[in-house]
Design a protein around this ligand. Sequence first.
Ligand SMILES: NC(=O)c1ccc[n+]([C@@H]2O[C@H](COP(=O)([O-])OP(=O)(O)OC[C@H]3O[C@@H](n4cnc5c(N)ncnc54)[C@H](OP(=O)(O)O)[C@@H]3O)[C@@H](O)[C@H]2O)c1
Length: 326
Amino acid sequence: MQAMEIAQPGGPEVLRPITVPVPVPGHGQIVIRVAWAGVNRPDALQRAGLYNPPANASALPGLECAGHVAAVGPGVTRWRPGDAVCALLPGGGYAQYALTRADHALPVPEGLTLREAACLPETCFTVWTNVVQRGSLKGGERFLVHGGTSGIGTTAIQIARALGARVFATAGSDEKCETCLSLGAEVAINYKDEDFAARMRAADGADLILDMVGGSYLPRNIKALADDGRLVQIAFLTGSKVELNFAEVMTRRLTITGSTLRPQSDLAKARLATELETHVWPMIARGALRPVMDSDFTLQDAPQAHRRIESPGHIGKIVMRVDHDD
Ligand SMILES: NC(=O)c1ccc[n+]([C@@H]2O[C@H](COP(=O)([O-])OP(=O)(O)OC[C@H]3O[C@@H](n4cnc5c(N)ncnc54)[C@H](OP(=O)(O)O)[C@@H]3O)[C@@H](O)[C@H]2O)c1
């Protein structure tokens, strides 16, 4: 099959076409004939040599896809060849066929195309585990998400709204702020013009913050939290080492936590998939959540897709169409 490999750590140009064997499903696994592959910021980190795949995962990039089941391994009862699915992958999505666990796949939600469904797994798994499981977001709480127009941000705004939270978002342009508002944010803060911490203090502070920026945002996030507030860190785009006075964490009973999805156990991801099907797929069915699509590329255009995700211009998700010869 055709795939795109990371020839060596580096810029987008190190993504190169390669021919590799089609994977064979083992016990509890399925192989998906990929129609569309989602592109995520962690793919760019992996390409740069900063986010290595876990042991036993494909070295090819690609954390999510949608397509049709091509083959099922022993012990798989839920799926049959031909079923339309979207799935979280341990890697290997930049290819014509991708291998994953059967219980990390979900049905394509009714009303969504395969192109849209390919954008769901990585962001929905990440948002649900960090905002709901770890961050314990409740209806009526004030929720601040940074990077409001990222793939993660656009999903987090909609899921938090669907849960009845009051959503605040930051973004780097007025156009991006408009998108955040259109997705259900009550307030969108252009962080280039306005201090988000002061704005949140004026609104009595955030009960929960989802942050991917890190660096100088860490002390400002502490200021922006309400008493008993929680900060969930999912990335450090501007650095993970800062000087921080923890006295406020103690006196205002704050919680600082975080997680990464990829190294979590197969069982944890399977449980997450079940929660998504129970709680998030119905949000999609009733129109409360829809992926925000930025742009389409072909698999061979993976370097351009990476340039796009690393540029400040994109809003929402980037996908690659995977062609098959037959
Ligand atoms: N922990 C996990 O399990 C997990 C899983 C998936 C993704 N992630 C992380 O979540 C983040 C979003 O992923 P994605 O795929 O949705 O990526 P994305 O669409 O490329 O989003 C990145 C966002 O970061 C914002 N940003 C970049 N530099 C910034 C800066 N200096 N200050 C403030 N905002 C900045 C950009 O918005 P502006 O243009 O508005 O600045 C952009 O919307 C990435 O950092 C990714 O590594 C973590």
